[in-house]
Design a protein around this ligand. Sequence first.
Ligand code: DAT
Ligand code: MG
Length: 138
Amino acid sequence: MERTLAIVKPDAVRRGFIGDIIKRIEASGLKLRALKLMRLTRAQAEAFYEVHKERPFYGSLCDYMSSGPVVIAVLEADNAILRWRELMGATDPKKANPGTLRKDFGIDVEQNAVHGSDAPETAAREVAFFFSTLDIVS
Ligand code: DAT
Ligand code: MG
């Protein structure tokens, strides 16, 4: 079993897509193991996306991610990291495959509806960033 971090980003929460996205997660067989609603501070967004701090879009990304509430979840399954990224689709919704969350719910390359960890090391870091072991159902 593998765990990954999922975020329903501010654009999707603002437009009322929490339920649709959770429904697609459940239908895919990915199991919810932790779930919360929170609004990130600018400093929390900066720390979470620290790996991108040299990128030209970093400031805008941190403004956006702290612009409204997000839903943060831990998902678990065999190959959860890859399966969640496949369900999300490509970073740019215009390039995402039909049937993916970013295709269906994303607005543009920044406001792309959902986040997912990209590798086991980043998943471990990102889960621990938001949840203690006590918050995660085993
Ligand atoms: P992903 O979220 O698919 O893992 P990433 O890790 O490369 O993509 O980038 C993190 C987030 O940063 C992404 O979800 C949206 C934003 N982003 C990426 N590329 C961007 C770009 N060219 N312009 C604006 N925002 C971008
Ligand atoms: Mg990424």
